[in-house]
Design a protein around this ligand. Structure first.
Ligand code: SF4
Length: 95
Protein backbone atom coordinates (compact mmCIF):
# COMPACT_ATOMS: atom_id res chain seq x y z
CA UNK A 1 0.00 0.00 0.00
CA UNK A 2 1.50 3.36 -0.95
CA UNK A 3 1.36 6.29 1.38
CA UNK A 4 -1.28 7.88 -0.85
CA UNK A 5 -3.70 5.05 -0.08
CA UNK A 6 -3.31 5.28 3.66
CA UNK A 7 -5.16 7.55 6.06
CA UNK A 8 -3.33 10.84 6.37
CA UNK A 9 -3.61 13.71 8.79
CA UNK A 10 -2.48 17.32 8.68
CA UNK A 11 -1.31 19.89 11.20
CA UNK A 12 0.09 23.41 11.04
CA UNK A 13 3.06 24.77 12.96
CA UNK A 14 1.58 28.15 13.85
CA UNK A 15 4.98 29.42 15.03
CA UNK A 16 6.08 29.58 11.40
CA UNK A 17 2.80 30.63 9.77
CA UNK A 18 3.02 33.95 7.90
CA UNK A 19 -0.74 34.36 7.71
CA UNK A 20 -0.79 34.85 3.94
CA UNK A 21 -3.78 32.52 3.61
CA UNK A 22 -2.58 30.49 0.63
CA UNK A 23 -3.67 27.26 2.32
CA UNK A 24 -7.14 28.68 2.85
CA UNK A 25 -7.36 29.48 -0.84
CA UNK A 26 -6.41 25.92 -1.77
CA UNK A 27 -8.45 24.06 0.82
CA UNK A 28 -10.95 26.20 2.73
CA UNK A 29 -12.63 23.02 3.97
CA UNK A 30 -9.47 22.11 5.88
CA UNK A 31 -7.75 25.42 6.72
CA UNK A 32 -9.01 28.67 8.17
CA UNK A 33 -7.43 31.94 9.29
CA UNK A 34 -8.29 32.83 12.87
CA UNK A 35 -8.62 36.35 14.22
CA UNK A 36 -4.99 36.15 15.34
CA UNK A 37 -4.07 36.15 11.64
CA UNK A 38 -2.68 32.60 11.67
CA UNK A 39 -3.95 29.50 9.91
CA UNK A 40 -5.51 26.58 11.78
CA UNK A 41 -7.02 23.26 10.75
CA UNK A 42 -10.76 22.65 10.81
CA UNK A 43 -12.19 19.68 12.61
CA UNK A 44 -15.57 18.07 12.71
CA UNK A 45 -18.32 20.35 11.51
CA UNK A 46 -15.56 22.46 9.96
CA UNK A 47 -14.96 24.06 13.32
CA UNK A 48 -11.61 25.79 13.67
CA UNK A 49 -9.29 24.00 16.11
CA UNK A 50 -7.48 26.84 17.86
CA UNK A 51 -5.07 24.59 19.72
CA UNK A 52 -1.59 25.02 18.21
CA UNK A 53 -0.53 21.94 16.29
CA UNK A 54 -4.02 20.39 16.33
CA UNK A 55 -4.31 17.56 13.83
CA UNK A 56 -7.21 16.48 11.62
CA UNK A 57 -7.71 13.67 9.10
CA UNK A 58 -7.25 14.58 5.44
CA UNK A 59 -10.32 13.60 3.41
CA UNK A 60 -9.20 11.73 0.29
CA UNK A 61 -11.18 14.08 -1.93
CA UNK A 62 -9.20 17.03 -0.56
CA UNK A 63 -5.79 15.36 -0.51
CA UNK A 64 -4.48 17.09 -3.63
CA UNK A 65 -5.58 20.51 -2.35
CA UNK A 66 -3.88 19.84 0.99
CA UNK A 67 -0.70 18.61 -0.70
CA UNK A 68 -0.64 21.70 -2.92
CA UNK A 69 -1.06 23.84 0.18
CA UNK A 70 1.90 22.17 1.85
CA UNK A 71 4.02 22.65 -1.27
CA UNK A 72 3.12 26.32 -1.67
CA UNK A 73 3.11 27.27 2.01
CA UNK A 74 5.66 30.10 2.36
CA UNK A 75 6.18 29.27 6.03
CA UNK A 76 6.94 25.61 5.30
CA UNK A 77 4.68 24.86 8.20
CA UNK A 78 1.98 22.51 6.84
CA UNK A 79 2.75 18.93 7.82
CA UNK A 80 0.95 15.94 6.27
CA UNK A 81 1.70 12.60 7.90
CA UNK A 82 0.51 9.01 7.90
CA UNK A 83 -1.92 8.38 10.73
CA UNK A 84 -0.53 4.86 11.21
CA UNK A 85 3.04 5.75 12.15
CA UNK A 86 3.07 9.57 12.07
CA UNK A 87 5.69 9.62 9.32
CA UNK A 88 5.53 12.87 7.39
CA UNK A 89 4.78 12.30 3.70
CA UNK A 90 4.31 15.90 2.54
CA UNK A 91 5.79 18.99 4.11
CA UNK A 92 9.16 20.26 5.32
CA UNK A 93 10.01 17.06 7.22
CA UNK A 94 9.10 14.65 4.39
CA UNK A 95 11.90 12.74 2.63
S1 SF4 B 1 0.02 28.74 3.58
FE1 SF4 B 1 1.32 28.30 5.37
S2 SF4 B 1 2.15 30.28 6.01
FE2 SF4 B 1 0.39 30.66 4.66
S3 SF4 B 1 -1.38 30.89 6.04
FE3 SF4 B 1 -1.31 28.75 5.40
S4 SF4 B 1 -0.11 27.71 7.00
FE4 SF4 B 1 0.26 29.91 7.21
Amino acid sequence: MSSQDEPLEVWIDQDLCTGDGICVQYAPEVFELDIDGLAYVRGEGEQLLAEPGATVPVPLTLLQDVVDSAKECPGDCIHVRRSRDLVEVYGPDAD
